[in-house]
Design a protein around this ligand. Structure first.
Ligand code: SF4
Ligand code: SF4
Length: 380
Protein backbone atom coordinates (compact mmCIF):
# COMPACT_ATOMS: atom_id res chain seq x y z
CA UNK A 1 0.00 0.00 0.00
CA UNK A 2 1.22 3.46 -0.85
CA UNK A 3 1.19 6.03 1.96
CA UNK A 4 1.57 9.79 2.11
CA UNK A 5 2.52 11.76 5.18
CA UNK A 6 -0.04 14.14 6.60
CA UNK A 7 1.28 16.20 9.54
CA UNK A 8 3.34 13.34 10.91
CA UNK A 9 0.86 10.55 10.17
CA UNK A 10 1.30 8.05 7.36
CA UNK A 11 -2.06 7.97 5.59
CA UNK A 12 -2.88 5.36 2.97
CA UNK A 13 -3.47 6.80 -0.47
CA UNK A 14 -6.44 4.46 -0.85
CA UNK A 15 -9.27 5.31 1.52
CA UNK A 16 -12.42 3.33 2.09
CA UNK A 17 -15.72 5.12 1.68
CA UNK A 18 -18.66 3.63 3.55
CA UNK A 19 -21.59 4.98 1.57
CA UNK A 20 -21.93 1.94 -0.70
CA UNK A 21 -21.58 -0.96 1.69
CA UNK A 22 -23.31 -4.19 0.69
CA UNK A 23 -26.96 -4.31 1.63
CA UNK A 24 -29.00 -7.33 2.64
CA UNK A 25 -30.19 -9.01 -0.55
CA UNK A 26 -28.40 -6.27 -2.54
CA UNK A 27 -31.68 -4.33 -2.51
CA UNK A 28 -31.82 -0.52 -2.62
CA UNK A 29 -32.72 0.83 0.80
CA UNK A 30 -32.14 -2.49 2.61
CA UNK A 31 -30.06 -2.49 5.83
CA UNK A 32 -26.28 -2.93 5.68
CA UNK A 33 -25.27 -6.58 5.34
CA UNK A 34 -23.00 -6.62 8.41
CA UNK A 35 -21.29 -9.93 7.64
CA UNK A 36 -20.24 -8.97 4.12
CA UNK A 37 -19.46 -5.36 5.05
CA UNK A 38 -17.32 -6.42 8.02
CA UNK A 39 -15.34 -8.73 5.75
CA UNK A 40 -14.55 -5.75 3.52
CA UNK A 41 -13.47 -3.64 6.51
CA UNK A 42 -11.26 -6.45 7.82
CA UNK A 43 -9.57 -7.08 4.49
CA UNK A 44 -9.06 -3.34 3.99
CA UNK A 45 -7.27 -3.15 7.35
CA UNK A 46 -5.19 -6.24 6.55
CA UNK A 47 -4.28 -4.69 3.20
CA UNK A 48 -2.94 -1.50 4.76
CA UNK A 49 -5.88 0.83 4.17
CA UNK A 50 -5.91 3.18 7.17
CA UNK A 51 -8.37 5.92 6.13
CA UNK A 52 -12.09 5.18 6.59
CA UNK A 53 -14.67 7.74 5.58
CA UNK A 54 -18.26 7.89 6.74
CA UNK A 55 -20.90 10.60 7.22
CA UNK A 56 -24.08 11.28 9.18
CA UNK A 57 -26.51 10.60 6.28
CA UNK A 58 -24.85 7.59 4.62
CA UNK A 59 -26.98 4.43 4.46
CA UNK A 60 -30.02 6.28 5.74
CA UNK A 61 -28.09 7.32 8.85
CA UNK A 62 -26.73 3.87 9.76
CA UNK A 63 -23.21 3.99 8.32
CA UNK A 64 -21.57 5.61 11.35
CA UNK A 65 -23.04 3.05 13.74
CA UNK A 66 -21.80 0.26 11.48
CA UNK A 67 -18.30 1.78 11.33
CA UNK A 68 -18.30 2.07 15.12
CA UNK A 69 -19.12 -1.62 15.51
CA UNK A 70 -17.18 -3.11 12.60
CA UNK A 71 -14.07 -0.95 12.59
CA UNK A 72 -13.60 1.02 15.81
CA UNK A 73 -14.70 -1.69 18.25
CA UNK A 74 -12.81 -4.47 16.46
CA UNK A 75 -9.50 -2.89 15.45
CA UNK A 76 -6.86 -0.94 17.45
CA UNK A 77 -7.92 2.72 17.43
CA UNK A 78 -4.41 3.94 16.58
CA UNK A 79 -4.25 1.67 13.50
CA UNK A 80 -6.66 3.73 11.35
CA UNK A 81 -7.83 7.27 10.63
CA UNK A 82 -11.51 7.94 11.04
CA UNK A 83 -13.26 10.57 8.90
CA UNK A 84 -16.84 11.75 9.28
CA UNK A 85 -18.83 14.87 8.44
CA UNK A 86 -21.37 17.45 9.54
CA UNK A 87 -24.18 17.84 7.02
CA UNK A 88 -26.34 20.86 7.74
CA UNK A 89 -29.21 19.69 5.57
CA UNK A 90 -29.41 16.33 7.30
CA UNK A 91 -29.48 17.92 10.76
CA UNK A 92 -28.54 21.57 11.48
CA UNK A 93 -27.88 20.97 15.22
CA UNK A 94 -24.09 20.63 14.93
CA UNK A 95 -23.53 20.18 18.67
CA UNK A 96 -25.98 17.28 18.87
CA UNK A 97 -24.64 15.77 15.65
CA UNK A 98 -21.02 15.84 16.79
CA UNK A 99 -21.71 14.36 20.23
CA UNK A 100 -23.90 11.66 18.69
CA UNK A 101 -21.25 10.85 16.11
CA UNK A 102 -18.70 10.19 18.86
CA UNK A 103 -21.19 7.80 20.48
CA UNK A 104 -22.10 6.06 17.23
CA UNK A 105 -18.45 5.71 16.29
CA UNK A 106 -17.44 4.56 19.79
CA UNK A 107 -14.54 7.01 19.97
CA UNK A 108 -13.46 10.16 21.79
CA UNK A 109 -11.99 11.83 18.71
CA UNK A 110 -12.37 12.09 14.95
CA UNK A 111 -9.13 12.16 12.98
CA UNK A 112 -10.45 13.93 9.88
CA UNK A 113 -13.66 15.92 10.31
CA UNK A 114 -15.39 17.59 7.38
CA UNK A 115 -18.08 20.12 6.79
CA UNK A 116 -20.09 18.02 4.35
CA UNK A 117 -21.03 18.83 0.75
CA UNK A 118 -20.63 22.59 0.55
CA UNK A 119 -22.71 23.64 -2.45
CA UNK A 120 -23.65 26.91 -4.06
CA UNK A 121 -27.02 26.76 -2.33
CA UNK A 122 -25.71 25.69 1.10
CA UNK A 123 -22.52 27.70 1.51
CA UNK A 124 -24.24 30.58 3.29
CA UNK A 125 -26.12 28.20 5.57
CA UNK A 126 -22.78 26.79 6.70
CA UNK A 127 -21.07 30.17 7.01
CA UNK A 128 -23.92 31.68 9.04
CA UNK A 129 -24.70 28.68 11.26
CA UNK A 130 -21.87 29.02 13.76
CA UNK A 131 -20.76 25.46 13.03
CA UNK A 132 -17.26 26.49 11.96
CA UNK A 133 -16.49 28.21 15.28
CA UNK A 134 -17.85 25.17 17.13
CA UNK A 135 -15.76 22.75 15.09
CA UNK A 136 -12.65 24.90 15.59
CA UNK A 137 -13.28 24.64 19.36
CA UNK A 138 -13.52 20.86 19.11
CA UNK A 139 -10.22 20.87 17.22
CA UNK A 140 -8.59 22.95 19.97
CA UNK A 141 -9.84 20.40 22.51
CA UNK A 142 -8.33 17.54 20.52
CA UNK A 143 -11.70 15.96 19.77
CA UNK A 144 -11.08 16.74 16.10
CA UNK A 145 -7.53 16.13 14.89
CA UNK A 146 -7.84 17.71 11.46
CA UNK A 147 -10.60 19.88 10.04
CA UNK A 148 -11.58 20.19 6.40
CA UNK A 149 -14.59 20.31 4.12
CA UNK A 150 -16.00 18.55 1.09
CA UNK A 151 -17.21 20.66 -1.79
CA UNK A 152 -19.54 20.38 -4.76
CA UNK A 153 -19.60 24.16 -5.14
CA UNK A 154 -18.60 26.15 -8.19
CA UNK A 155 -14.96 27.31 -8.14
CA UNK A 156 -15.78 30.83 -6.89
CA UNK A 157 -17.69 29.48 -3.90
CA UNK A 158 -15.06 26.83 -3.25
CA UNK A 159 -12.52 29.65 -2.98
CA UNK A 160 -14.88 31.64 -0.74
CA UNK A 161 -15.28 28.75 1.69
CA UNK A 162 -11.58 27.99 1.55
CA UNK A 163 -10.81 31.54 2.65
CA UNK A 164 -13.34 31.43 5.50
CA UNK A 165 -11.33 29.29 7.94
CA UNK A 166 -8.04 27.64 8.74
CA UNK A 167 -8.82 24.38 6.93
CA UNK A 168 -6.32 21.54 6.71
CA UNK A 169 -7.63 19.56 3.73
CA UNK A 170 -10.38 19.64 1.11
CA UNK A 171 -12.37 16.80 -0.44
CA UNK A 172 -13.63 17.19 -4.01
CA UNK A 173 -14.95 15.05 -6.84
CA UNK A 174 -11.99 14.43 -9.09
CA UNK A 175 -11.63 12.08 -12.05
CA UNK A 176 -10.25 12.18 -15.56
CA UNK A 177 -13.65 12.81 -17.16
CA UNK A 178 -14.56 15.80 -15.01
CA UNK A 179 -11.00 17.10 -15.34
CA UNK A 180 -11.82 18.05 -18.93
CA UNK A 181 -15.61 18.24 -19.02
CA UNK A 182 -16.38 19.91 -15.69
CA UNK A 183 -14.72 22.46 -13.39
CA UNK A 184 -12.55 19.94 -11.54
CA UNK A 185 -9.23 21.13 -12.90
CA UNK A 186 -9.96 24.68 -11.74
CA UNK A 187 -11.06 23.44 -8.31
CA UNK A 188 -7.88 21.39 -8.00
CA UNK A 189 -5.76 24.42 -8.84
CA UNK A 190 -7.52 26.62 -6.28
CA UNK A 191 -6.85 24.09 -3.53
CA UNK A 192 -3.28 23.53 -4.70
CA UNK A 193 -2.65 27.28 -4.66
CA UNK A 194 -3.77 27.28 -1.02
CA UNK A 195 -1.25 24.51 -0.35
CA UNK A 196 -3.85 22.08 1.01
CA UNK A 197 -3.94 18.33 0.35
CA UNK A 198 -6.90 16.92 -1.55
CA UNK A 199 -9.00 13.94 -0.57
CA UNK A 200 -10.64 12.62 -3.72
CA UNK A 201 -14.21 11.40 -3.96
CA UNK A 202 -15.79 9.83 -7.03
CA UNK A 203 -12.49 8.86 -8.70
CA UNK A 204 -14.46 6.39 -10.85
CA UNK A 205 -17.43 8.77 -11.10
CA UNK A 206 -19.85 6.62 -9.17
CA UNK A 207 -18.85 3.61 -11.29
CA UNK A 208 -19.36 5.42 -14.61
CA UNK A 209 -15.65 5.03 -15.45
CA UNK A 210 -15.57 1.33 -14.56
CA UNK A 211 -16.90 0.51 -18.02
CA UNK A 212 -16.54 2.89 -20.96
CA UNK A 213 -17.92 2.47 -24.48
CA UNK A 214 -16.69 -0.65 -26.34
CA UNK A 215 -14.22 1.37 -28.45
CA UNK A 216 -12.77 3.23 -25.47
CA UNK A 217 -12.60 0.02 -23.41
CA UNK A 218 -10.71 -1.73 -26.21
CA UNK A 219 -8.11 1.03 -26.41
CA UNK A 220 -7.28 0.70 -22.73
CA UNK A 221 -7.45 -3.08 -22.62
CA UNK A 222 -5.05 -3.41 -25.53
CA UNK A 223 -2.45 -1.28 -23.74
CA UNK A 224 -2.71 -3.08 -20.37
CA UNK A 225 -4.78 -6.29 -20.58
CA UNK A 226 -4.21 -6.99 -16.89
CA UNK A 227 -5.61 -3.65 -15.67
CA UNK A 228 -9.31 -3.20 -15.01
CA UNK A 229 -10.95 -0.19 -16.66
CA UNK A 230 -11.71 1.20 -13.19
CA UNK A 231 -8.05 0.93 -12.23
CA UNK A 232 -7.14 3.39 -15.01
CA UNK A 233 -9.25 5.97 -13.22
CA UNK A 234 -7.62 5.21 -9.88
CA UNK A 235 -4.12 5.27 -11.40
CA UNK A 236 -4.83 8.63 -13.05
CA UNK A 237 -5.86 10.22 -9.76
CA UNK A 238 -2.86 8.63 -8.07
CA UNK A 239 -0.52 10.54 -10.41
CA UNK A 240 -1.61 13.93 -9.06
CA UNK A 241 0.85 15.14 -6.43
CA UNK A 242 -1.72 17.26 -4.57
CA UNK A 243 -3.86 14.20 -3.90
CA UNK A 244 -3.52 12.88 -0.37
CA UNK A 245 -6.03 10.04 -0.36
CA UNK A 246 -8.40 8.58 -2.94
CA UNK A 247 -11.72 7.35 -1.59
CA UNK A 248 -13.51 4.44 -3.08
CA UNK A 249 -16.94 3.39 -1.89
CA UNK A 250 -16.38 -0.34 -2.12
CA UNK A 251 -19.26 -2.79 -2.16
CA UNK A 252 -17.43 -6.05 -2.84
CA UNK A 253 -14.20 -7.76 -1.86
CA UNK A 254 -13.29 -7.89 -5.56
CA UNK A 255 -13.44 -4.09 -5.83
CA UNK A 256 -11.30 -3.79 -2.73
CA UNK A 257 -8.70 -6.26 -4.05
CA UNK A 258 -8.54 -4.46 -7.39
CA UNK A 259 -8.07 -1.09 -5.67
CA UNK A 260 -5.46 -2.45 -3.26
CA UNK A 261 -3.52 -3.90 -6.20
CA UNK A 262 -3.68 -0.53 -7.97
CA UNK A 263 -2.22 1.28 -4.96
CA UNK A 264 0.34 -1.39 -4.17
CA UNK A 265 2.27 -1.76 -7.43
CA UNK A 266 4.75 0.61 -8.99
CA UNK A 267 2.74 0.90 -12.19
CA UNK A 268 1.80 4.53 -12.40
CA UNK A 269 0.72 5.88 -15.77
CA UNK A 270 3.48 6.53 -18.28
CA UNK A 271 3.38 9.53 -20.62
CA UNK A 272 2.10 7.19 -23.36
CA UNK A 273 -0.59 5.85 -21.00
CA UNK A 274 -1.72 9.38 -20.20
CA UNK A 275 -2.05 10.28 -23.89
CA UNK A 276 -3.96 7.05 -24.54
CA UNK A 277 -6.28 7.65 -21.60
CA UNK A 278 -7.11 11.15 -22.88
CA UNK A 279 -7.91 9.69 -26.31
CA UNK A 280 -10.11 6.98 -24.81
CA UNK A 281 -11.81 9.53 -22.55
CA UNK A 282 -12.67 11.81 -25.46
CA UNK A 283 -13.92 8.87 -27.55
CA UNK A 284 -16.08 7.77 -24.60
CA UNK A 285 -17.43 11.27 -24.13
CA UNK A 286 -18.16 11.85 -27.81
CA UNK A 287 -19.94 8.50 -28.22
CA UNK A 288 -22.00 9.12 -25.12
CA UNK A 289 -23.10 12.62 -25.84
CA UNK A 290 -25.87 13.60 -28.28
CA UNK A 291 -24.31 16.29 -30.51
CA UNK A 292 -27.19 18.78 -30.41
CA UNK A 293 -26.01 22.30 -31.27
CA UNK A 294 -29.22 23.96 -30.01
CA UNK A 295 -29.90 25.44 -33.46
CA UNK A 296 -33.66 24.97 -32.76
CA UNK A 297 -34.50 24.02 -36.36
CA UNK A 298 -36.63 21.23 -34.90
CA UNK A 299 -38.70 23.01 -32.31
CA UNK A 300 -41.31 24.94 -34.29
CA UNK A 301 -42.66 21.89 -36.06
CA UNK A 302 -42.86 19.61 -33.02
CA UNK A 303 -46.58 18.87 -32.58
CA UNK A 304 -45.98 17.97 -28.92
CA UNK A 305 -44.46 21.37 -28.15
CA UNK A 306 -41.32 19.82 -26.66
CA UNK A 307 -38.30 22.06 -26.08
CA UNK A 308 -36.14 19.48 -27.84
CA UNK A 309 -32.65 21.06 -27.45
CA UNK A 310 -33.23 21.65 -23.73
CA UNK A 311 -34.40 18.07 -23.28
CA UNK A 312 -31.32 16.85 -25.16
CA UNK A 313 -29.05 19.04 -23.04
CA UNK A 314 -30.50 17.48 -19.89
CA UNK A 315 -30.34 14.02 -21.48
CA UNK A 316 -26.59 14.54 -21.94
CA UNK A 317 -26.30 15.45 -18.28
CA UNK A 318 -28.11 12.22 -17.38
CA UNK A 319 -25.63 10.29 -19.53
CA UNK A 320 -22.81 11.98 -17.65
CA UNK A 321 -24.28 10.89 -14.34
CA UNK A 322 -26.73 13.57 -13.22
CA UNK A 323 -29.33 12.35 -10.75
CA UNK A 324 -31.52 15.43 -11.01
CA UNK A 325 -31.85 16.05 -14.74
CA UNK A 326 -34.67 13.58 -15.39
CA UNK A 327 -36.81 15.46 -12.88
CA UNK A 328 -35.69 18.73 -14.47
CA UNK A 329 -37.03 17.51 -17.83
CA UNK A 330 -40.45 16.87 -16.29
CA UNK A 331 -40.38 20.37 -14.80
CA UNK A 332 -39.89 22.02 -18.22
CA UNK A 333 -42.73 24.09 -19.62
CA UNK A 334 -44.46 22.69 -22.70
CA UNK A 335 -44.39 19.08 -23.84
CA UNK A 336 -42.51 16.25 -22.17
CA UNK A 337 -40.88 13.10 -23.55
CA UNK A 338 -44.02 11.08 -22.88
CA UNK A 339 -45.95 13.43 -25.20
CA UNK A 340 -43.77 12.55 -28.22
CA UNK A 341 -45.82 10.85 -30.96
CA UNK A 342 -42.75 9.71 -32.95
CA UNK A 343 -43.80 11.73 -35.98
CA UNK A 344 -40.15 12.15 -36.97
CA UNK A 345 -40.49 15.80 -38.05
CA UNK A 346 -37.60 16.76 -35.80
CA UNK A 347 -35.29 14.20 -37.41
CA UNK A 348 -36.01 15.59 -40.85
CA UNK A 349 -35.18 19.13 -39.68
CA UNK A 350 -32.02 18.25 -37.78
CA UNK A 351 -28.66 19.03 -39.44
CA UNK A 352 -26.99 16.61 -37.00
CA UNK A 353 -29.33 13.73 -37.86
CA UNK A 354 -30.18 13.14 -34.21
CA UNK A 355 -32.70 10.36 -33.60
CA UNK A 356 -34.76 12.42 -31.17
CA UNK A 357 -37.85 10.13 -31.14
CA UNK A 358 -35.75 7.23 -29.77
CA UNK A 359 -34.32 9.47 -27.08
CA UNK A 360 -37.79 10.70 -26.12
CA UNK A 361 -38.94 7.08 -25.87
CA UNK A 362 -35.95 6.21 -23.68
CA UNK A 363 -36.65 9.18 -21.42
CA UNK A 364 -40.35 8.38 -21.21
CA UNK A 365 -39.42 4.95 -19.82
CA UNK A 366 -36.92 6.38 -17.34
CA UNK A 367 -38.22 7.15 -13.83
CA UNK A 368 -38.08 10.82 -12.81
CA UNK A 369 -35.61 9.93 -10.04
CA UNK A 370 -33.10 8.42 -12.41
CA UNK A 371 -29.84 7.29 -10.83
CA UNK A 372 -27.62 6.08 -13.66
CA UNK A 373 -24.69 6.99 -11.46
CA UNK A 374 -24.43 8.78 -8.19
CA UNK A 375 -22.71 12.01 -9.13
CA UNK A 376 -23.81 15.27 -10.63
CA UNK A 377 -21.71 17.02 -13.28
CA UNK A 378 -21.38 20.77 -12.98
CA UNK A 379 -21.51 21.49 -16.66
CA UNK A 380 -22.65 19.47 -19.63
S1 SF4 B 1 -40.82 12.90 -33.06
FE1 SF4 B 1 -41.48 13.60 -31.05
S2 SF4 B 1 -40.02 15.19 -30.52
FE2 SF4 B 1 -39.82 14.87 -32.72
S3 SF4 B 1 -41.20 16.37 -33.64
FE3 SF4 B 1 -42.37 14.49 -33.40
S4 SF4 B 1 -43.40 14.69 -31.41
FE4 SF4 B 1 -41.74 16.22 -31.48
S1 SF4 C 1 -32.41 20.48 -35.02
FE1 SF4 C 1 -31.03 18.93 -34.15
S2 SF4 C 1 -29.22 20.09 -33.50
FE2 SF4 C 1 -30.85 21.58 -33.86
S3 SF4 C 1 -31.82 21.87 -31.84
FE3 SF4 C 1 -32.96 20.27 -32.89
S4 SF4 C 1 -32.02 18.35 -32.20
FE4 SF4 C 1 -30.59 20.01 -31.72
Amino acid sequence: MEYREFKGTQVSRLGMGTMRLPRIGDKDGAPIDYDRAEAIIDLACESGVNYFDTAWPYHEGTSEEFVGKALVARHPRESFNLATKFNIRANPDFRYVFETQLERLQTDHIDFYLVHAVMDNSIDMYLESGCIDYLNEQREKGRIKHLGFSSHAAPANLKRFLDANDWEFVQIQLNYLDWKYSTTHEEHDIIAAAGLPIVVMEPVRGGRLATLTPRANAMLQEAHPDWSIASWAMRWVRTLPQVQTVLSGMTTLEQLKDNVATFSDDMTLSDDDLVLLETARDAFHDELIVPCTACRYCTETCPAGIDIPEVLRLYNKIKMGSQTSRAAIEALEGGHPGDCISCGLCVGNCPQGIDTPSIMAELAEMPASNAMTRSIPKKA
